[in-house]
Write a protein that binds this ligand. Sequence first.
Ligand SMILES: Nc1ncnc2c1ncn2[C@@H]1O[C@H](COP(=O)(O)OP(=O)(O)OP(=O)(O)O)[C@@H](O)[C@H]1O
Ligand SMILES: [Mg+2]
Length: 325
Amino acid sequence: MTTAVSSPVANGRDVDRQWAVETHGLVKRFDDNVAVNGVELLVPRGCAFGYLGPNGAGKTTLIRVLLGLTRADAGTMSLLGYPVPEQRAVALARVGAIVDEPRFHSHLTGRQNLQILAAARERAARDRIAPSLERVGLQHRANDKVAKYSMGMRQRLGVAACLLGDPELLILDEPMNGLDPAGMRDMRDMILSLVAEGRTVVLSSHLLDEVERTCDAVAIVDRGNVIRQGSIAELLAGASVELQIECSDPDGARRILEATKLGTSVEVGPNGLEAKLPLGTGRDAIAEVNRQLVEAGISVYRLQEVQASLESWFLQVTSRLGSSE
Ligand SMILES: Nc1ncnc2c1ncn2[C@@H]1O[C@H](COP(=O)(O)OP(=O)(O)OP(=O)(O)O)[C@@H](O)[C@H]1O
Ligand SMILES: [Mg+2]
């Protein structure tokens, strides 16, 4: 797919427009604590990208470094192809960000808050107030004081504030934080629609399920280290499907599955026989397991696929890393 984009020029050279965010060897230390540890990040343009990790993994710190709110100790980075800090002003003019919780004047209305923010920007920002409010579904509450807004409405007002600059890239730190399931769904739909408009959305989260549902690609970060990154499909391709099998002869079934190499780590557990199949093998492999057992005279009472989610994959990876240390 090719898209006609004007090619900006940085330092007299064409900017590499492929990556919305690119970092190499990025390091940020707080004394002995390495919050960002040699991070190599490549965020493709036009996607929703999740920066996923547990509390304290270094997500907010990375975002603060990218936005120039704190200085990196080592490494290089660029936003939308513009090297930062060298070309920070050009880059940040195309970026909208929410770090931690969006903060507003609570005694003013949503619209008044946006008016203050727009006044500090280019003229066109004023004209974007109404469409931005509409875009995030706040047009009917725009004249209410922010003090009366729910958490979800504040988060949406935060996104509206980002949209005043018509950004190519949005960086949202934990946008799902504090939202109830309906609020999360609204936020997810909004992120997806921003991506559908051709923008790139980078979001940090410790909510594996939300990242899996919202994002096309993900980097998994633990203690400052990016331990995996890629499209969600690619990451899951390395995972396995777990099958639970209830049958008349679990030990016989285990011997068959081990001999045919259909499954790995086949064990008789409390829920019957548990076998792991490579995820890439697909549904045919499950049917083949059933056929082999039935042909061997074993009655199969239940054959259940335990869905491999990014969450179980994440736990597999992190526990593997933990045990190898
Ligand atoms: N200003 C600071 N001074 C000292 N240490 C800091 C500072 N900011 C962050 N840290 C430390 O850096 C590490 C990463 O923190 P960070 O806030 O980036 O994590 P996070 O992934 O955003 O966590 P959370 O999910 O809780 O928001 C933590 O060990 C934290 O204590
Ligand atoms: Mg954080």
